[in-house]
Design a protein around this ligand. Structure first.
Ligand code: PLP
Length: 459
């Protein structure tokens, strides 16, 4: 059981608390100006009108002293909350002893590899090796390289709406226009499949009468000589699509895709960078689907406040990778390894109580939002698993025409002004992600949902 009072102690209890009449306040505005003049706007947040000064649990303070409820978790990163005292304490203790060891074994990194093996889902659990990176893009990039050498195949399949990072290989799998336009050519041999986005079905069908034609299409693509037959090394799958719009397909979909992979000799890579580390109410999102992956790429919530990510590969596959073929200077820094281990401990202790709570709390939030959505004109869909909830905003519920950029910006500023931070995603930039730290209190969760509903009524 999770003690709500203990969780409350991790955050600023007074959140939301607004000091300035409008946002961004004057001090924040000055920092933003400096940022815009000195930092690259190619970054993920672009010109988002917020500056972090402090963070505690599921709350954030800006330079003006405004305190917000954090519904971003740093884009699905701060699963155990910001500056968790146990993580900070463990890191401080390690920092006196060893941090950098280059890419040679260090005791903490090896302990972490064993811990990760122990929390992997079926197929990989205690039957895997881990390659460490500093972020999800590095994990995906490494996966592409290893898949080529393991399978001897040259093509990769990914999905419309996929986000697998922005390095050259990963960017070739990623589909968002803003990440690709003007940056090509990408690596050759990438096939993009339609993602099972039921709210906007690419085949114009309806679940379940569609009989999952989209999954059968994957079997066709992997088997036809016109595209992939005998040459697709892997299919990269997000069991709940992240940047593509927090889309959670029917679980049976993935079983059909896995069968197609097995039949046609392609590996199944579960990209859990965004959906892993307990976010969806299971340690790994793939656990909702009954599928055993061949590899998992992970990051974000596993490191939490610190950059730690990796690629975990089934042992028999890993044995085919050449020694010394993929060095990485900062891989598995000892202090970061300790932080990651502490995160895993917090997430999985007491029979995964925090993760189970994410599942329950997510259902409560979703039903609260769905109920409130009836009184708004613009909430078209509420979906997702655990605390990976997508809220799709539309101009018209009947036509499902996406809400425009201007209205989305009004909503972002609207919730910010009421003391809550949310960021959008999706093909049309019209899906709000409700992805708080897992340590968000029930009280803050319901307050945040109410702020969102109240703001949505303004349009
Ligand atoms: C599914 C997925 N894969 C890979 C990445 C890339 O991770 P990073 O930004 O840490 O490089 C992300 C980032 O959002 C992601 O959501």
């Amino acid at each position: 059981m999770i003690d709500e009072k203990e969780l409350a102690g991790l955050s600023y209890p007074e959140a939301p608390k607004m000091i300035t009449d409008s946002v961004p306040g004057p001090k924040t505005q000055a920092y933003l100006q400096d940022s815009f003049e000195n930092e690259s706007m190619a970054r993920g947040g672009g010109r988002f009108p917020l500056v972090f000064a402090e963070g505690k649990g599921a709350t954030i303070k800006d330079p003006d002293g405004n305190i917000y409820i954090d519904i971003t978790a740093g884009v699905a990163v701060n699963s155990v909350g910001r500056c968790h005292p146990r993580v900070v304490e463990a890191m401080k203790a390690q920092m006196d002893n060893l941090m950098h060891a280059s890419d040679i074994s260090n005791v903490r990194r090896t302990e972490l590899a064993k811990k990760i093996a122990d929390v992997m889902p079926g197929g990989l659990k205690n039957n895997c090796i881990t390659y460490f990176t500093q972020g999800g893009s590095g994990a995906v990039e490494t996966a592409i390289k290893f898949i080529r050498s393991i399978t001897g195949r040259t093509q990769m399949a990914a999905y419309h709406g996929a986000y697998h990072g922005v390095w050259c290989g990963g960017n070739s799998l990623t589909t968002g226009d803003q990440y690709r336009r003007g940056y090509g050519p990408f690596i050759p041999g990438v096939i993009h499949l339609p993602y099972p986005y039921c709210y906007r079905c690419p085949f114009g069908m309806e679940y379940p009468s569609c009989d999952l034609q989209c999954a059968k299409y994957v079997d066709y693509v992997l088997n036809t000589p016109y595209t992939g037959a005998d040459d697709v090394g892997a299919v990269f799958v997000e069991a709940e699509q992240g940047e593509g719009g927090y889309v959670a397909p029917p679980p049976e979909y993935f079983k059909i895709v896995k069968q197609a992979c097995e039949k046609h000799g392609a590996l199944y890579v579960s990209d859990e960078v965004q959906s892993g580390a307990g976010r969806t109410g299971k340690m790994w999102c793939i656990e909702h689907t009954g599928v055993e992956p061949d590899m998992i790429t992970w990051g974000k919530g596993m490191g939490g406040d610190i950059p730690m990510a990796g690629l975990t590969i089934r042992k028999d596959l890993a044995e085919k990778i050449e020694d010394n073929s993929q060095p990485n200077t900062f891989a598995g820094n000892a202090a970061l390894a300790v932080a990651c281990m502490t995160n895993i401990e917090i997430l999985t202790e007491n029979d995964r109580a925090l993760i189970n709570r994410a599942s329950e709390l997510g259902e409560e939030i979703k039903s609260h939002l769905l109920k409130g959505a009836q009184d708004t004109r613009i909430i078209g869909d509420v979906r997702g698993r655990g605390l990976m909830i997508g809220i799709e905003m539309v101009k018209d519920k009947a036509t499902r025409e996406p809400l425009g950029k201007e209205d989305m910006e009004k909503l972002i500023i609207g919730v910010l002004g009421r003391g809550m931070v949310m960021v959008p995603c999706g093909r049309f930039g019209n899906v709000f992600r409700f992805m708080p730290p897992l340590v968000l209190t029930r009280e803050h969760a319901m307050k945040a949902a109410d702020i969102f509903l109240e703001t949505a009524k303004m349009i």
